[in-house]
Design a protein around this ligand. Structure first.
Ligand SMILES: Cc1cc2nc3c(=O)[nH]c(=O)nc-3n(C[C@H](O)[C@H](O)[C@H](O)COP(=O)(O)OP(=O)(O)OC[C@H]3O[C@@H](n4cnc5c(N)ncnc54)[C@H](O)[C@@H]3O)c2cc1C
Length: 245
């Protein structure tokens, strides 16, 4: 039997009865474990990612404007389509964050527009093209919002555009995407945690939690650590107890 061990990038090794990985699924399975513990299903999943993904491009603006009276989210239909990241859009999904002090200072608002996009589109751009494309995307969004909320353009103080490459760089998430349902899977099953793999074949005392183990979306992944500990308690014949401090 293999004794579970986690080796950190600085070379130190930590031995434990059980190792639970919450890191990116592809990195865990194919880099850290060298692809030694896989099924055809796991391999097929990671070799066939979606061409593009919803919410993968985030255009965020900090504006000196109190927008607390706006709805938290709205679908802004455009009088004529615009192009963002090589794709025509006839609407923008806009979210206004002004309802809590953590999201914007008093009198100001964080406005976010989420778009579908593809990792490959951004990856193919040169450094200059990449920067210019991000600026173009922000400008297109600001123009639409200025038309809907006159004076908006002059109130923009901060612009931040995050592409799948940004997400990949900051959280190491495969292709900068969130995990996707399997082809044969109904979305509801994917959302209820019946995902890809919480354990790996041939590797004992190892568990995965998080989006790549089967919990799509924050509410699900937040519960997966609890699930893993409950499974371990069951395995060891111990009572599973939780406590809220
Ligand atoms: C663009 C985008 C938009 C999304 N929008 C929504 C939404 O609107 N609503 C919603 O519910 N969910 C959304 N999600 C999904 C949600 O963000 C994820 O389901 C959730 O963050 C996954 O949590 P996790 O803990 O599994 O993984 P992560 O949040 O990715 O955490 C994994 C952690 O592991 C670390 N890590 C990776 N590799 C290593 C390594 N080698 N060594 C050490 N640490 C490592 C990373 O730095 C990271 O901190 C979105 C995801 C993306 C990418």
């Amino acid at each position: 039997m293999i004794e579970p061990c986690a080796r950190l990038s600085n070379g130190t090794e930590h031995r434990a009865d059980v190792v639970i990985s919450n890191a990116d699924g592809r990195t865990t399975i194919f880099d850290m474990l060298d692809g030694r513990y896989v099924t055809d299903r796991i391999r097929a999943y990671y070799t066939d990612p979606p061409q593009e993904q919803d919410m993968a491009l985030h255009i965020s603006l900090g504006v000196a404007r109190d927008m607390r009276t706006e709805p938290h989210a709205l679908v802004l239909w455009l009088p004529e389509p615009i192009e963002i990241a090589g794709k025509r859009r006839d609407r923008l999904d806009v979210e206004f964050f002004a309802f809590a002090p953590e999201t914007a200072p008093p009198g100001k608002t964080t406005v976010q527009v989420l778009c579908s996009t593809s990792y490959e589109y951004w990856k193919a751009l040169s450094k200059e093209e990449y920067r210019a494309e991000k600026e173009r995307a922000a400008e297109a969004v600001i123009a639409c919002l200025d038309r809907r909320f006159p004076g908006f353009r002059e109130q923009v103080e901060v612009i931040d555009v995050a592409t799948p490459l940004t997400t990949e760089r900051f959280v190491g998430s495969y292709l900068g995407y969130q995990a996707w349902p399997m082809p044969e899977q109904k979305l509801l099953d994917a959302l209820s945690g019946k995902g890809l793999s919480k354990t790996l074949p041939g590797l004992s005392n190892f568990y995965m939690v998080g989006q790549w183990a089967g919990g799509l979306g924050l509410p699900n992944v937040a519960a997966m650590g609890r699930w893993a500990i409950r499974e371990l308690c069951k395995r060891d014949g111990r009572r599973f107890m939780t406590r809220v401090d």
